[in-house]
Structures are given as structure tokens and as C-alpha cells.
Design a binder for this molecule. Structure first.
Ligand code: AGP
Length: 615
């Protein structure tokens, strides 16, 4: 959560930082701020609200020809969103400025100590405590800024990504990381810093990702020095070349990133399959599975650990793995797993799923499972993310950057990866014969085309959405492979339209939720053909008898449900194990359209942030 952008060099940092903050707004958007300085002056601008408001305010200020700047877009943890709690924060002397992403857990005791030494505080944030601690150490120990930062960080409990500068000696930026990502872009005698690399993609492709417990000194003369915060050992920078295209982080003519990302799913899934699904050879190639074949073949149990949408994908994984490889599977909320002293046996495999690869709860759960001796496999989208680096092995979804806060293509590509893994393990374990597996492989290769077709013919969803845009509540039902899809559909609706929505296994209705059904209750039912179809039709009858409004997702050509439901949305006929990918698409579009009709900001829903790097 929170986005950080900084620059030091010969260019004007303002447009670089404002442009960068716009790209990082998915990380938080309740307030924003920027500090710029030259050798003799500095200028601080902070405002409650979004980066646009900050940019407008900045235009009213005189240009001081700065060469250094630090900026921040905030997702509030300590202290409500207001101007004084917005970053950058400054020390009591007014010399040191800092932007911070993360939480300083022992800020209260540090604050008390600083108050006892005469410090005062203008904000309610933990971050202001840290910048003053740095100042206190710098003065007391009479050390350089980078040393003071290092000594202060060794007293800190919690997580941080920080950039610090001294406005009275603006020759360097000090950057440090523990638990909150930071990328350093290398320019011509200049440096860019971002919570990810997107802020500086149009300036440089050369990037150094800081590891946990590392700090860097970025000097105006183009020097970079990295060292370990604890051991003080120097670290040689590992420079990576970014492959992302600028188009992938722009809206490309779509009204919202979410809509663009929904429409990108055929391509994203093709990218997920590329080089892995080898239909002609009748096999699936996943290097990380081949490399650890024995581990997977000997696994007694698979435990999925994830949050939110990635947790829903994990549930689909449970159905897929049980069906294809007959292995016991458990699906855990990372936030619960990490605090439960979980039982991890030898020969358990823990699979962590995360789009961002930075979700704090998933990362913490991963570390616990690793300590307990499990083999950890990761499914991430963001290349080089913390989770992908902490796992023993893993696979990328290759969905491309997902900017909309509501996950769309991340979910469908996670399911695609899970299908690939399930089919590969079925091949290795010989739980299905090669003919059957080949049929599944061939069918999987057709999925991107089917999604493309589905999206093209989805205009009826806009009409359906009109009927339910004023609803207060909504129920989603599904069974088997599509129960997780019901959960995901409900999550999409509530997070972007603020309509209360719940997903249930369809048969659970009669154990309570059916009491909610009346003529005002829309019920979205995934009623595709095959297993449990008749049972779901009976559930639909039960809803109809109680005057609930039924929106049914059905298989192409279905006539039975069409007679019962108020609206039907057809999806192409596919094997049941592939329906979660297809059934999700109309639910994403329905939520999107309802949110638009309600005037909601779909890309930046209230109270949310894309990457949840705090507990
Ligand atoms: C869903 O639309 C949300 N973006 C959220 O539930 C998300 O899936 C969750 O925070 C986990 O994120 P991750 O996949 O990046 O770990």
C-alpha cells in the first residue's frame, strides 16, 4: 500500500514524480504529497485527495528549478487521510524529509522516547516518528545521513520502503527496504525510485530491485552504493532490463483499466499458455514442475495459501487438483494460516498464489510454512516480486500489469496456470490416460478464442445491469468448480459498486440464506451444464417461488433455465473444469457496468488498494 516515487538528477523532478504517482495510484489514493528541492530552496506540497489535486496545487507554486524530489500517494494506516498525515514527513529541524510505505510497529515507544528528548509531532503517523529518529541519531552520533538511516532502521520493528533526503544537503537520496518493495531506475547520471518500476518506464529500462534489509545511497553524481542494513556489507547492484511495454500500463482507449483488463483476458491467457501448452506434442512443459518432479509426485497434501481473489483461484485449484490428480488439498486464508501454528507435514507442498507477489499476509504465511520445512511453490504475476523470490520454485502467470484494483485477468490467468499444473501432474502421475489428457489440452488451447467470442457478444449485460444498479444486496450461487466463481462474482460487485453481495454454494441456500430471498433480491446463479446441473435448476426453482430475481449464467443453447430465469447470459460449452474461466467473465462485466451506472470509481474503489502490503 502507498506509492513512492523519487528522482535525483538533472531533469525537473516534478513531472516525473507526478506522472509516476499517477501510475502508482492503484496502491492508495487518499492523500498525496511531493517535496522538491535545489541547492538552496525546497518546496513541500501535500493535499488530501488524489494525485490530480496535488498536481493542480503544484501548478500554483513558483518553480524553484529543483533537481531532487520525493513523492507519495497514501493509503492511510496510522492517522486519518488529511493534509498533515499526508507524506512527505519532515523532522523537527525541518531539514530531513521522508516518504514511507509500510508500518513501524514500535512507533509508539520510539515516539515516547523522542518526546522525552524534546521532540514534538504534528501528525498522527508512524512515519513522522521514523524521520525524527533518523534526525536524533544523525545529530547525537554526528554521522552522515545514510549512517543515521541505517542505525535508525536497526531500531525499527515493522515494514518499510523509505526514501529520505536532507534539504540542507540535497546531494543524495537514501532508499531502504524491508517488506515494502522499492525499485531503482538507473538513468544518465540520475536515479528514479518507485514502489514498482512503472513510474520510470518511459525514462529508463535499467532497474535494480532492492532486497529486504538493503539500503542504497543514490548520489547526484550518478553513484549508487548498496549495503545490507544489518551486516553493513556492501552489495553489488544486480541490474535488470525491463521488458514491459508502455502500452501495458496505459488505458489504451478504454474508459477504465478494469475494462481494458477484462478485454485483455484472451491475450493474457494466451500469454499464460505460450510455451507451456504443447498440444502438438501432447504434453505440457512447466520447467519448475519438471525440476521438482519428485517433490510433486511424492506430495501427500497440497496447501494453498492466498488472500482475496487469489484465494478464490486457490479454491478452484482445490477442485482441479482433486479431479485431475486425486490429492488432498487444503485452501487457507493467509491471514489465518500465519497466526494459527499450522500443521505442516513432511511431503506437504504449500502453493502461494498472489497477483502482486507483495501481499503481506501471504508473504508472512509463506515464511512460516518455509520455516516449518514445507516445499513452497509460488504462482505470481509480478516478476521479481517478494513472494516470487521467497519461494523455492514457481510459475508466473504472465498476465501483464494489472492496474485496476479489482482483479480480473489475474484471476483467469491464475486458474489457467492451475489447469496447466493439474494437467501436467495428471500426465506425470498417470491419473488420466494420454488420449483424455490430449483432449483437455486441445480444449484448453481454444479457451482464449472462446473468451474473445464471449466478450464480443456480451452487450446484453449492460441491459441486465440497468435493472440492478439500485439494488442494496445481491446473492451469488454456484456449485462444484463454480462455487469459487460465485464468491469471486460477489467480491467483484461489492468492491467496486459497494452493493452488499455474498456468494454461497447453491445447496447451502436452504440452510439460511434463502430467508433473504424476496422480490427485491437479485440472485446470480451459475447454472452451466454437467454435474449438479439439475440440482442447481431446483435451487433456481426455489428462488423463483420466493420471487427472487434470477440472473443465470448458462451453457450455450440452454432452454430449461431460460424459462425460469429473469435473465440468462450464455457462455460457450466447455468441459466443466474450464467453466470457472468463462463464467467469471460475464460476472466481471456485470459488476463493472453496475458500478458505472452507480457512478463509482471502478479503478480506485473507496478504502481499497491494489497491493495490500500491511496486515
Ligand atoms: C480483488 O479484486 C482484490 N484486488 C484483492 O482481493 C486481491 O486479490 C487480494 O488483495 C490479494 O492480492 P494478491 O493477489 O496481489 O496477493
Amino acid at each position: 500500500m502507498c506509492g513512492i516515487v523519487a528522482y535525483i538528477g538533472n531533469k525537473d523532478p516534478k513531472p516525473i514524480i507526478i506522472g509516476g504517482l499517477h501510475r502508482l495510484e492503484y496502491r492508495g489514493y487518499d492523500s498525496a504529497g511531493i517535496l522538491v528541492c535545489n541547492n538552496s530552496e525546497y518546496q513541500l506540497t501535500k493535499i488530501t485527495g488524489k494525485v490530480n489535486a496535488l498536481s493542480k496545487m503544484l501548478e500554483t507554486k513558483p518553480n524553484i528549478a529543483p533537481h531532487l524530489g520525493i513523492g507519495h500517494t497514501r493509503w492511510a494506516t496510522h492517522g486519518i487521510p488529511n493534509d498533515k498525515n499526508a507524506h512527505p514527513h519532515y523532522s523537527n529541524s525541518g531539514k530531513l524529509y521522508m516518504v514511507h510505505n509500510g508500518i513501524i510497529e514500535n512507533y509508539d515507544s520510539l515516539k515516547m522516547e523522542l518526546i522525552n528528548r524534546g521532540y514534538s509531532f504534528y501528525s498522527d503517523t508512524d512515519s513522522e516518528v521514523l524521520v525524527n529518529l533518523i534526525e536524533e541519531i544523525k545529530v547525537k552520533e554526528n554521522v552522515k545521513l545514510h549512517k543515521a538511516v541505517q542505525l535508525a532502521l536497526n531500531q525499527v520493528v515493522g515494514a518499510y520502503g523509505i526514501v529520505v533526503c536532507d534539504t540542507f544537503n540535497p546531494k543524495e537520496l537514501i532508499v531502504a527496504r524491508l517488506g515494502s518493495p522499492l525499485a531503482i531506475g538507473l538513468g544518465e547520471s540520475s536515479f528514479y525510485v518507485g514502489s514498482d518500476a512503472t513510474p520510470f518506464l518511459d525514462h529508463t529500462r535499467k532497474v535494480v530491485y532492492l532486497e529486504d534489509n538493503e539500503m542504497a545511497v543514490l548520489s547526484k553524481n550518478g553513484k549508487i552504493n548498496i549495503k545490507n542494513i544489518i551486516s553493513d556489507e556492501p552489495i553489488h547492484p544486480y541490474i535488470e532490463e525491463l521488458q514491459w511495454s508502455l502500452n501495458s500500463i496505459q488505458k489504451g482507449g478504454y474508459r477504465h483499466f478494469m475494462l481494458k483488463e477484462i478485454h485483455e483476458q484472451p491475450k493474457a491467457i494466451s500469454d499464460t499458455l505460450r510455451g507451456r501448452l504443447l498440444v502438438d506434442k501432447g504434453t505440457i512443459q512447466i520447467n519448475s514442475i519438471n525440476e521438482y518432479k519428485e517433490k510433486f509426485l511424492n506430495a501427500k497434501r497440497i496447501v494453498f495459501v492466498a488472500c482475496g481473489t487469489s484465494w478464490h483461484a486457490s479454491l478452484v485449484g482445490e477442485y482441479l487438483f482433486e479431479y485431475f490428480i486425486r490429492i488432498p488439498v487444503e485452501v487457507e486464508y493467509a491471514s489465518e494460516f500465519r497466526y494459527r501454528d499450522p500443521i505442516i507435514e513432511k511431503d506437504d507442498i504449500v502453493i502461494c498464489i498472489s497477483q502482486s507477489g507483495e501481499t503481506a499476509d501471504t508473504l508472512a504465511a509463506l515464511k512460516i510454512a518455509k520455516e516449518k520445512g514445507a516445499f513452497i511453490y509460488g504462482i505470481c504475476n509480478v516478476v521479481g516480486s517478494s513472494i516470487s523470490r521467497e519461494t523455492h520454485s514457481g510459475i508466473y502467470t504472465h498476465a501483464g500489469p494489472e492496474i485496476g484494483v479489482a482483479s480480473t485477468k489475474a484471476f483467469s490467468t491464475q486458474i489457467t496456470v492451475l489447469i496447466l499444473i493439474a494437467l501436467k501432474l495428471a500426465e506425470l502421475k498417470k491419473t488420466f490416460d494420454s488420449r483424455q489428457l490430449h483432449d483437455y489440452q486441445a480444449e484448453l488451447s481454444q479457451i482464449p478464442g472462446k473468451i474473445e467470442q464471449l466478450i464480443k457478444t456480451s452487450s446484453s449485460i449492460d441491459e441486465i445491469a440497468k435493472n440492478y444498479s439500485d439494488s442494496q444486496n445481491c446473492i451469488y450461487l454456484g456449485r462444484g468448480f463454480n462455487f469459487p466463481v460465485a464468491l469471486e462474482g460477489a467480491l467483484k460487485l461489492k468492491e467496486i459498486s459497494y452493493i452488499h453481495a455474498e456468494g454461497y454454494p447453491a445447496a447451502e441456500m436452504k440452510h439460511g440464506p434463502i430467508a433473504l430471498i424476496d422480490k427485491n433480491m437479485p440472485v446470480v446463479v451459475i447454472a452451466t451444464k454437467k454435474t449438479n446441473y439439475e440440482k442447481v435448476v431446483s435451487n433456481i426453482q426455489e428462488i423463483k417461488s420466493r420471487e427472487g430475481k434470477i440472473i443465470a449464467i448458462v451453457s450455450e443453447g440452454d432452454e430449461t433455465v431460460a424459462k425460469l430465469a429473469n435473465h440468462v447470459i450464455e457462455i460457450p460449452n466447455v468441459s466443466e473444469c474450464f467453466t470457472p474461466i468463462l463464467a467469471t467473465i460475464p460476472l466481471q462485466l456485470l459488476s463493472y457496468q453496475i458500478a458505472i451506472n452507480r457512478g463509482c470509481n471502478v479503478d480506485q474503489p473507496r478504502n481499497l488498494a491494489k497491493s495490500v502490503t500491511v496486515e
